[in-house]
Each structure stands twice: as structure tokens, then as C-alpha cells.
Design a protein around this ligand. Structure first.
Ligand code: PMP
Length: 292
């Protein structure tokens, strides 16, 4: 039996959840999306995700036809329809059906669908021993062509970078911007810890305004740890005391090797472990509850 999918106002069977071949989301990657987690019937940071969805949509002049409250309800309905307590929610808004030309004015109505599925987690071992990653040759989109705050359906260069990772036998790749500064990984933000300070690439360097990134900076500030968003050179990565990645799916995950070279202590750093523990407390309280 397949999943139940929310598609344009209705919950339908997976086999009936179909989008037109003329949808500009498919033809041109013209759309935006969110990846959200539910933990034990709590949709973690749901409001923040919906806010970011609206900001992304607004940046590409895409009018979402549902209100924030309606979207929240649609997500809950989809989780309930699938009996999911712990899961991953993919919320997608496309420009909708148009013609073969680029003009988005031809797309009369955006399409929205929500998939709620069980989540495939990274093995626990990665959180203890850390991830090995590479620096990809594929660059992050220029902030001048696509503002990184737009979580768009255009992930082709991230996919190319991810293919480089697979080729190198690792599961993530760090993408630099055109000037060679760190931007982010293909599906995660990146952080370094140096001399007890928490540093992450600035949005202007090509980082998505990650929800998990925001949470980690909040935890750090509460602990009195200095935080900085800036332009980071790769040399700083190799001199860092700790390196870790953040994302909705990965949560917080230590990085111990980059391009075959050990970074930090070669294991999960002390602050990284603190952040992981604090984060695991937050997922019990910070979000919207639902009952199955
Ligand atoms: N960067 C990219 C390119 C991503 O796809 C993601 C995952 N959505 C992130 C960063 C992390 O963002 P968040 O913490 O909001 O999941």
C-alpha cells in the first residue's frame, strides 16, 4: 500500500498523486520547498518552516494560494492519514501548469503537495565518529543569480556536487562559492568552532538560512558562546577545532575528515556533542503537536 499524499487541497493515494508534465516545477525547477521533521507527534519548528516557505515563494513572486494556518492543517492531516509519529515531511509548491515557454504568467495556479514519510536516518555511528566529506568542484549558485535564502527546486548543482561525493566514496560534499569561500554542503549548513567561537558562512557567501543553523546559533548564544556569520576560507576549515553540519534531516553531525585530511580532533568535538545533546532536548518541545 502506498502513501497518502496531500495534493492541491485533497488527500489522495500515492498512485493518484500526479502532476502535469507541463508543470513549471518539473520543466524548469520553478518552485520552492521545505523539508520538515516530526518527532513523536510534534512537528518540529513548523511555524519557522512555513515562514521560510512564504519568504522563498515571495522572492520568486510565487503566490501561495493557501494561508499559513491551512498549510499547517494540511501537514497535520497528511501525517495523520499516514499514521506517522516520527517522520519527514516534504512540502512543495510549484509554479503550476503552464506552456512550454518560460513565462510564469502562463501558469495560472501554483500546485502544492505534501509527502509525509518515514525518515531514512544516517547511521548513529556517523554522530559518534563523524562524517568524511569532500570539497566539491561544483560551485554553489552565485548569490547574484539565485539568493540563497530561496529554497528553490533548483538543486542541479547540489546534485552534481553530491555525485562528486559518491564518486569519492563519501556521503556529503562541501560547496564553495565562486570566490572560493565556504557556502554550505549539498543539503546541510556547515559550522566551524575555533577558540570557543562558533562560525558559519554568511548568507551573503551562499548559505541557506537553515532552520537548524538558526537553532544551533541560538543554543550557542544562550551558552554565552560567541557566534559569527562571515566569509570563511578553506584554510580555516582545516585549522578549526571542530567542524559539523546542520540540517533538518541530518540534525547536527560532526565532520572529521575533509578531502582525506583530518579536521579538528578527528572525532566528535566537545561543543558539537553539547549542541547535539541540547538539540535532542529541543525536539521534545519546540513545535506543533498532533494526535494520531
Ligand atoms: N542547505 C541546503 C542546500 C539544504 O538543502 C538544507 C536542508 N533543507 C540546509 C542547508 C539545512 O537547512 P535546514 O536546517 O532548514 O533543514
Amino acid at each position: 500500500m502506498g502513501l497518502k499524499i496531500f495534493l492541491d487541497g485533497k488527500i489522495v493515494d500515492e498512485k493518484d498523486a500526479k502532476i502535469s508534465v507541463f508543470d513549471h516545477g518539473l520543466l524548469y525547477g520553478d518552485g520552492v520547498f521545505e523539508g520538515i521533521r516530526s518527532y513523536d507527534c510534534l512537528i518540529f519548528k513548523l511555524e519557522e518552516h512555513i515562514e521560510r516557505l512564504f519568504r522563498s515563494a515571495e522572492s520568486i513572486s510565487l503566490q501561495i494560494s493557501m494561508s499559513k494556518e491551512e498549510i499547517q492543517q494540511a501537514i497535520i492531516d497528511t501525517l495523520k492519514a499516514n499514521g506517522i509519529r516520527d517522520g519527514y515531511i516534504r512540502l512543495v509548491v510549484t509554479r503550476g501548469m503552464g506552456d512550454l515557454g518560460l513565462d510564469p504568467q502562463k501558469c495560472e495556479k501554483p500546485s502544492m503537495f505534501i509527502i509525509a514519510d518515514r525518515i531514512a536516518l544516517y547511521p548513529e555511528e556517523y554522530y559518534i565518529k563523524g562524517l568524511k566529506i569532500i570539497i566539491a568542484k561544483t560551485k554553489r549558485n552565485s548569490v547574484k543569480s539565485l539568493p540563497p535564502k530561496v529554497k528553490s527546486l533548483n538543486y542541479l548543482n547540489n546534485i552534481l556536487a553530491r555525485m562528486e561525493a559518491t564518486q569519492a566514496g563519501v556521503v556529503e560534499a562541501l560547496m564553495l562559492n565562486e570566490e572560493g569561500y565556504l557556502a554550505e554542503c549539498t543539503g546541510d549548513n556547515v559550522f566551524i568552532v575555533k577558540d570557543n567561537e562558533l562560525i558559519t558562512p554568511a548568507v551573503e557567501a551562499g548559505a541557506l538560512e537553515g532552520i537548524t543553523r538558526e537553532i544551533v546559533m541560538g543554543i550557542a548564544r544562550d551558552k554565552g558562546i560567541r557566534t559569527e556569520e562571515k566569509f570563511i576560507r578553506t584554510e580555516e576549515l582545516f585549522k578549526a577545532d571542530e567542524v559539523f553540519l546542520t540540517g533538518t534531516a541530518a540534525e547536527i553531525i560532526p565532520v572529521t575528515e575533509v578531502d582525506g585530511k583530518v579536521v579538528g580532533s578527528g572525532g566528535a568535538g566537545k561543543l558539537t556533542v553539547d549542541f547535539i545533546n541540547e538539540f535532542r532536548n529541543l525536539i521534545k518541545t519546540e513545535g506543533v503537536k498532533y494526535a494520531l
